[in-house]
Write a protein that binds this ligand. Structure first.
Ligand SMILES: Nc1ncnc2c1ncn2[C@@H]1O[C@H](COP(=O)(O)OP(=O)(O)O)[C@@H](O)[C@H]1O
Ligand SMILES: [Mg+2]
Length: 356
């Protein structure tokens, strides 16, 4: 992979500033963020090009003097032609050429969303917002670290590049974990609608097959007469993807077979805490022929942070069970070596939900 490619794959808008803080380079993310070309930005003094409501001159000076990175959080960044967007800014000197600065600007979309969704100013008021914010705040400096490592690697010998590659790879792993934490935090009350469960399963299957389940054979065993269910399609999609992913990961290198089975079962009712019984007649099973769930963790697999895999987060099934609970559904598992069945039971759509 060449350095230009790395720089341009960075999902965070980034600039390289030369003497007098003139723009010497901009990555693709910066081009789309500022809606202009590298050419148009080149040579401009950054503070002529960008309007930022903070003392950026002071920040640049400090980074140059201290030769260390600096963060300027929650400032508005705009250009003459783009509206200001609230960003967290990171500035760091380039390792090899300390008169050059790396400037990364990450939009604070997520933080905004937390505030709006919970109707609170301070995310600290909600534990979920907390986890989400924390994940976000860690991802931010990580993007800076990754970006700096990538730039650093440009001038290194192959041997030393192994080390910067390690920094980048490990940072990616942390980002993946944080994204799962965020996924958890992002969970909103389900927006239910009438959904054909087979449509969802087909979509989940397709996306699995082109990705993590490429080595698996997936068989459909559908009951075509199944009535529609009443769920949040995006959330149910996450459920199916997580289950398919676990089944694929359990299979190992050699691959295996996953069977997706749907059927109707009148008998299943769930007793709610208020005494009423909910009928959950729609059954979806994800069945794999892998090694089965290790007995040591079998009782706790739905708990967060319980994982039997190296590099696992243990958040997948916790998310699955939270979503199913939020839907007043039920999930169960039955596993022996060679056959693991996750079964989800869902309600059917009420007769008069009809589209407003
Ligand atoms: N289909 C399966 N076959 C065997 N083990 C499984 C299966 N699904 C889940 N597990 C076990 O349950 C653990 C928890 O799964 P999960 O909550 O998704 O977390 P993670 O995948 O990050 O480890 C897995 O690490 C694995 O040990
Ligand atoms: Mg998982």
């Amino acid at each position: 992979m060449d350095n230009e490619e790395l720089w341009n794959s960075l999902p965070v808008p980034g600039l390289i500033l030369g003497p007098e803080n003139r723009i010497e380079h901009a990555n693709s993310a910066a081009e789309s963020f500022f809606n202009t070309s590298v050419k148009a930005m080149m040579g401009k003094q950054v503070l002529d090009f960008l309007a930022i409501n903070a003392n950026m001159d002071g920040a640049f000076d400090r980074v140059r003097r201290a030769r260390g990175p600096m963060f300027v959080n929650a400032v508005d960044v705009g250009t003459g032609s783009t509206a200001p967007v609230e960003c967290n800014i990171q500035i760091a000197p380039l390792m090899e050429r300390q008169d050059r600065l790396l400037m990364l600007m990450e939009p604070r979309k997520l933080a905004d969303r937390v505030g709006k969704a919970h109707g609170v100013k301070s995310a600290a008021r909600s534990a979920i917002g907390m986890a989400e914010m924390l994940a976000h705040e860690i991802k931010n400096p990580l993007a800076g670290i990754t970006g700096a490592a990538q730039l650093l690697s440009m001038n290194l010998s192959a041997e030393d590049q192994e080390l910067t590659d390690l920094i980048v790879a490990e940072s990616r792993r942390i980002v993946a974990l944080l994204e799962q934490v965020e996924q958890f935090g992002n969970l909103r009350p389900p927006e239910r609608q009438e959904v054909n469960v087979h449509d969802l399963l087909d979509r989940a299957q397709k996306s699995a097959e082109v990705g993590f389940a490429a080595k698996m054979k997936i068989r459909e065993d559908y009951d075509p007469s199944l009535p529609p269910t009443f769920v949040d399609p995006d959330q149910l999609m996450q459920v199916f993807l997580n289950l398919l992913k676990n089944a694929s990961q359990a299979a190992g290198e050699g691959g295996g077979t996953i069977r997706i089975r749907t059927f109707y079962d009148h008998g299943l009712r769930l007793r709610r805490s208020d005494g009423s019984g909910a009928s959950l007649p729609l059954q979806v099973e994800i069945i794999d022929d892998g090694p089965g769930i290790s007995p040591e963790i079998a009782e706790q697999i739905f708990e967060p942070f319980v994982s039997g895999r190296e590099n696992g987060t243990g958040l997948g099934l916790a998310l699955v069970s939270k979503i199913i609970n939020d839907h007043d559904g039920w999930i169960g598992v039955d596993s022996v070596p060679g056959k693991t069945v996750f079964r989800i039971s869902l309600p059917i759509a009420p007769k008069n939900t009809n589209k407003e």
